[in-house]
Design a protein around this ligand. Sequence first.
Ligand code: 13P
Length: 329
Amino acid sequence: MSLPTIDNNEEVYEDPLDLMDEIDALKKEKDATLLAHFYIDGDIQEIADFTGDSLKLARDAVKVETSTIVFSGVHFMAESTKILSPEKKVLLPDLNAGCSLADSCQYGDLLQFQEKLRAEGRDFETVAYINTTAKVKSLCDWIVTSGNAREIIDRVPKDKEILFVPDQHLGRYLQEVSGRNMILWPGSCMVHEIFSVQDLLRAKKNNPGSIVLAHPECPHRILEVSDFIGGTEKLRQYVMSIKEPGTFLVATEANMIHPLHKSAPQHTFIPVPGIMSSTGETCACNRCPHMALNTLQKVRDCLKYGKPEIEWQPYFDKAKDVLERSLLQ
Ligand code: 13P
């Protein structure tokens, strides 16, 4: 029997298996579909109807047939889902689940910077990582995820400059693979920024023959010592393509190990920095505190009470055009 959540927002312990059963029943009762990003707690991924990277989930969401979508992820993901499916009720288990990248690029600052560039006579298009607010998206020409960035960059006319916001590391990586010069916004992800090269090299030494996987949100110093770079879905595809059991050091949000292990159980996955066998020290800084606000209790409660809900905002219309053009066409 599950206990209720207490008022001061602290969750009392409830058996995860009971909660999972309750969520399954509520999904049917409320005509709801549960989507969960790869960075979400593994128990929630287990009961989700769709799991995936930002691109796949954005595309899955428009195919959903139920009247309600619960997006277990962060705010910009649920917001994008509402924008692409305005007729749906879109719930986010905790409205405080933000994103350090989205926070690093505010609407007013971007507008001012674009005006400055225009005043200087610069002819550019603005390409935004999906990790931005809808208000910021409404100022942009293209939206990319780590899964389609290369392809979208190729769609920007060659005679235009590119202003890439807000992730300087992803932007720098895209400059390298696409050969296009970019004006980079100085944002970064708090999780990927934190990996230490020293810890990574030590982990590599302690695990001879291991392969380092890194998300392109990592700084250059991490990418240059990595063996394979890709967004979360690309990382998953890569480990699946290797049949021989191996050891992988994973430089991205630690919950990513759940889908990697599920898709390729023959391998061993070690989070970077994870537990360093040399010192026995652990570090929880490779967990995104925003993604972690998604708990089984909050998923259950939002289904039960039909809130928190993403409400339609006037600037969603403009963001809709650019999201559709970039992710669905
Ligand atoms: P992908 O899922 O597109 O790889 O991106 C990860 C991310 O930044 C989620 O916020």
